[in-house]
Design a protein around this ligand. Sequence first.
Ligand SMILES: Nc1nc2c(ncn2[C@@H]2O[C@H](COP(=O)(O)OP(=O)(O)OP(=O)(O)O)[C@@H](O)[C@H]2O)c(=O)[nH]1
Ligand SMILES: [Mg+2]
Length: 333
Amino acid sequence: MCDEYSYYFYLIFLFFQATNLIIFIDFILKVLFLQKIKEKMHKSGFVNIVGNPNVGKSTLMNVLVGERISIITSKSQTTRHRIMGIVNGEDFQIVYSDTPGVLKPNYRLQESMLSFSRSALTDADVLLYVTDVYDNPDKNSDFVEKVKMQTIPVILLINKIDLIDQQKLEKLVETWNKLLPKAEILPISALEKFNTENVFKRIISLLPASPPFFDKEQLTDKPARFFVTEIIREKILLHYDKEVPYSTEVVVESFQEEEKIIRINATIYVERNSQKGIIIGKGGKSLKRVGMEARKDIEGFFEKKIFLELFVKVEKNWRNKELNLKRFGYKPE
Ligand SMILES: Nc1nc2c(ncn2[C@@H]2O[C@H](COP(=O)(O)OP(=O)(O)OP(=O)(O)O)[C@@H](O)[C@H]2O)c(=O)[nH]1
Ligand SMILES: [Mg+2]
């Protein structure tokens, strides 16, 4: 009798075990299936920002990313590198690339800058061609021709529309429509964030389905030191005229992060002795101003106290020397 009970108990036990196993397998399959659907719904892609110098490419990228990644000044050729700004959402990842303005190179540094802009034509999922209301559509027409040949979606952004009236804008739209007939044209003001939300929405609608390319926490491809050099370079562009800012490169020699402070030593390289004197200024006043303003911004960037020490050195004709350019991070391997 007792044996019979145990037999039935055992059968019931086996039955529950089997149903539990089925429920468990069913659960795992559903999780895997949902994961697959989620992956399929996830969108990712590379959105490259190109255009002539000073049209507002970096201003736009910073607005789209929501962070101050690229430096901005009223001088052209502010951006010298290709800089990534990554925007992450639950179901999307947009990898923006800000690039140097397209130019006719006069020295090797500019050749390298142009190669960064050109590279952005080869690896984008969506291309943002930025122009502004002062830009001459005939300038760098060979680059525009390359944009025209693109098979990927091109959005043409007419920036700084805060500076002109409707009539002039309509004429510009007409001109650009003829030059890039396949491009979708959106007038914007990056400075006033006018229509930039629509740019974002259009990009999302054009992105391909894909898992993310980068860690969802990642904001950029550049290391911390890069932003230090850029902030210092921004202050130099703001405070010095003519060739001086264009003959300047900044290198971070040491970056020591302690618990409460980051200690940074950086060197400002110039091409001539006379430029060294200008950068330093009377009694070191000009260099001190650059250091003070840069330190404040770097503190804001890292949200930490900064000790910044600046040196100035002459590296003759560095803008034309392969070795220097490589050392300063301009020449791709
Ligand atoms: N009025 C107005 N000014 C703008 C707008 N967008 C950018 N600017 C200004 O245009 C100037 C150049 O802006 P950047 O973002 O540095 O331009 P860029 O195309 O990145 O320039 P490069 O890096 O030199 O090629 C700055 O003084 C900006 O403040 C805009 O929508 N309206
Ligand atoms: Mg720029």
